[in-house]
Design a protein around this ligand. Structure first.
Ligand code: THU
Length: 157
């Protein structure tokens, strides 16, 4: 038996204002995207914004349904839309923000496992690392690639 370790590096910022300009623009877009969240059941408004290699910024938000599992997270709403409209563009970065009771959450919302899996596939398909920016009022985290939030990815049969 060999004991193994997986180390994950990420950068922590106190405020999204400290991000480099193109990431700050994406973080702002994710916060604005929360306004279009349809979340009458959880009242948790999540926004995602994706920067594509063609320069487009695609926004999405969580869309809920009375049949709960029929709803979709903000991240997958944005990724599926991005790939449906611009199938040849790589997703260079995705920013995610969540608003509760009218305020940006202090601690950033972290994507669910299903969204991470979808990120992994689009990253692999494009061949370009997807940066992940988790935006919070008190802390913002930046990960350079999907492996950093989904180690031991399932990506082949
Ligand atoms: N949600 C997202 O949209 N993204 C996440 O990263 C976590 C959770 C949504 C799903 C549901 O509409 C609400 O937040 C509460 O779980």
């Amino acid at each position: 038996m060999t004991q193994k370790e997986i180390n994950i590096r990420y950068r922590e910022f106190i405020s999204p204002d400290e991000l480099q300009e193109e990431d700050r623009i994406l973080a702002d877009a994710a916060v604005r995207a929360t306004r279009n969240s349809y979340s009458p059941y959880s009242r948790f408004k999540v926004g995602a914004a994706i920067r594509l290699s063609n320069g487009e910024i695609i926004k999405g938000s969580n869309q809920e349904n009375i049949a709960y599992p029929s709803g979709l997270c903000a991240e997958r709403t944005a990724m599926f839309y991005a790939h449906a409209v611009f199938p040849d563009a790589a997703m260079e970065a995705i920013a995610i923000a969540a608003v509760k009771d009218g305020n940006l959450c202090g601690k950033p919302a972290s994507p669910c496992g299903a969204c991470r899996q979808v990120m992994a596939e689009y990253q692999k398909q494009s061949g370009i690392p997807m940066k992940i920016i988790l935006v919070g009022a008190e802390r913002t985290y930046v990960f350079d690639k999907v492996e950093d939030i989904l180690p031991l990815i399932f990506d082949s049969l």
